[in-house]
Ligand binder design. Structure first.
Ligand code: MG
Length: 232
């Protein structure tokens, strides 16, 4: 390993942990004309539809997360028969604040980054999504100092799995694909797309769930459950 590209959300940072609870709490914190449980159920369905139904929508909306959350709540309120843009904005804002306060690095992240940096390994952070959200996470968790390059979709103009993203990270580090590894939780974005460029792809499968059914032919060079395994 001569160079390492790392994903942020659900790789360094526990991004998805507690999301459902945060939605329940946000719905409970705003006065509603509908039963909270009814709205929460509608939100669960709407979130699934919003993020899974259409890859183009996913790509378009993930660079403005507060806007996306507001649209999701607004649609859920419509489905409950009580459309209200002000309530949608209030719930989305409350949810955003709860997520920001709750998000934590994984327990081993800091020690692993310290160890990799001590070895002098050039590191790049390669993350999709909203530039304000991602910059805020990087700052809050004091991550910038580890990385010679930080490529954020909302800033760079395109995201993983576009090959320009990985090439840009390597270019900024002055590195080649030879000896470059990428580690992340998203099989396509963090493993398969980098592998097609000649990088070594490492999939982090924290739950030990194994390869998803749609990707049983995927061949990550390594599958790890914790970042600590990178130090072995
Ligand atoms: Mg991720």
């Amino acid at each position: 390993m001569k160079t390492l590209l790392l994903d942020l959300d659900d790789t360094l940072l526990a991004y998805s942990a507690g999301v459902d609870d945060s939605w329940v709490e946000a719905c409970g914190a705003v006065p509603l004309s509908v039963d909270t449980a009814t709205l929460v159920a509608a939100l669960t369905e709407t979130r699934k539809w919003f993020w899974s139904g259409d890859p183009a929508r996913h790509a378009r909306e993930r660079v403005n997360m507060l806007g996306a959350w507001t649209k999701i709540v607004a649609e859920a309120l419509v489905r409950c028969g009580c459309a209200d843009d002000a309530v949608a904005a209030a719930i989305a804002g409350d949810f955003a604040a709860r997520r920001r306060a709750a998000m934590r690095l994984f327990p081993e992240t800091r020690a692993v980054l310290d160890a990799l940096r001590a070895r002098g390994l050039p590191l790049a952070l390669v993350t999709n999504g909203d530039v304000r959200q991602q910059r805020d996470k990087i700052e809050r968790h004091d991550l910038a100092r580890y990385f010679g390059a930080i490529v954020i979709e909302g800033e760079f103009g395109c995201g993983k799995p576009d090959e320009r993203v990985y090439r840009e990270a390597l270019r900024r580090l002055g590195a080649q694909t030879d000896g470059a590894w990428m580690v992340g939780d998203h099989l396509e974005w963090d493993v398969l797309a980098p592998q097609r460029l000649g990088l070594t792809g490492v999939w982090i499968d924290r739950e030990g769930a194994g390869l998803p059914a749609a990707h049983t032919d995927a061949r990550p060079q390594r599958i790890i459950r914790s970042l600590s395994e990178l130090l072995g």
